[in-house]
Design a protein around this ligand. Sequence first.
Ligand code: VG1
Ligand code: CO
Length: 544
Amino acid sequence: MGIITITTTAFNDQKPGTSGLRKKVTVFQQPHYLENFVQSTFDSLNDIQGKTLVVGGDGRFYNEQAIQIILKMAAANGFKRAIVGQNGLLSTPAASCIIRKYKAFGGIILSASHNPAGPNGDFGIKYNVSNGGPAPENITDAIFANTQNITEYQTIDASDVNLNEIGSQFLADMTIDIIDPVEDYALLMADLFDFDAIRGLLSNKNFNMRFDAMHAITGPYAKDILEKCLGAVEGTVINGIPLTDFGGGHPDPNLTYAEELVTEMFSDNAPTLGAASDGDGDRNMILGANFFVTPSDSLAVMAANADCIPAYKNGLSGIARSMPTSQAPDRVAEKLGIECHETPTGWKFFGNLLDADRATLCGEESFGTGSNHIREKDGLWAVLYWLNILAVRKQSVAEIVGQHWQEYGRNYYTRHDYEAIPSDIAKQLMADVELKLPNLVGQTLAGRKVTYADNFSYTDPVDNSVSSNQGLRIGFDDGARIVLRLSGTGTEGATLRVYIESYENKPDKLQQDTQSALKELIVLAEALAEITTRTGRTQPTVIT
Ligand code: VG1
Ligand code: CO
């Protein structure tokens, strides 16, 4: 089984986005396309000879073919060992857990997260480093540079690996260990949470829960942990069988796409707790009976209730949130007297803070929460965290969040997405809003005074690296904000995200409808960015 070198030519569109390279499946199926990116990734790393690589994906269409290609290239490039989830499956958080636990050099995760899958859907690939987290920007920049100059890649001439069978195999000089995708992750969860208390809660006949795995990767994890280990009744997990096209759905756990769950949770016989996760298992949505928990609030409530959880009861070192995430967690950090960090969008920016123990909990408004237990956001972990809080506090989700607002005030929050806008229009819109920013400061708009208006730039406090151009933000004297940025994960045109937030602490104004409470700011954002005139859209594609 000799190493073979294949001549190739560069593709000019392999720049990793917010979370790796995401393209249509048909783009990845072009000859050499995936290979070029994988070789460029390996070439951006120093000294991979003799090292261990973790490989797995969310099970979407093309997952197994991609894994066969990657394993052969890993063997040819000198990796000594590959750890692969059975049938090529690993949720993103499980991959992070396994990289850390087995001290791997890094990992390749195949996923386009919540984007639809299937032959005409999306595919994605990203590299995670030895701390288990997404490669930082210096590596993704190096990968991109390599993709532009690549002329050849290495692979081996060998038959496919049997991904189905747990145990060891060889590919040239590389050992391949096929492992159970759930076991290590489940053990880690049992270490963090009070499983006995959660078992007690789930056996209480007044408590019932529904978890929607949306036919994506979390099905086997949720069934094993919630139903088998924690005793939730069978049927708690719905849509629990992972399908290569996610059942034709859009596995994004939000009020629009998790329709089946949302309908049940807002019905007369709603379960006590509802939750869902996304394609690759790193996002979560939390619902109470007839109640939706905004992800930013979820992070704040989790931080404020850390003393309920064995792993965090000795205190948090800090909280980190992405810039567009609401400022609700900041108020908790202030009260706890701990650091609070505001980072650019994308989990890769949390890695340094977690490694340096300057943050224990992290979160994003896009249904992502996580902690220092791994270096990715973690959907099922967030659900277990909420279960553990509910087991200790013995109150409903709505009561817990309501009391949180009473104590801290409420950050009304919404995100309006305009998907698949022509890229040139979206870029021009952003450029024009940016030009307006300096003149906005000091003006009174929507009844509040603008205190700052800028293009967010982040200096990492650990390694001092600077990431600029991370979103336009307009801040007001009463804590309200409007943020605009373009998505870095889409595969069709551009997606404009408009994030709107206001702060309210008058006790009689804490229970308003979000869209109504934010109306003035929504109208202002539309006017400033001239969204309808420029895009022809009269309303967002998705509101969360
Ligand atoms: C989106 C979210 C961001 C998240 C990223 C990856 O990025 O806004 O918060 O980290 O997806 O999540 P963007 O650039 O499209 O706004 V996932 O679940 O795809 O791994
Ligand atoms: Co995801």
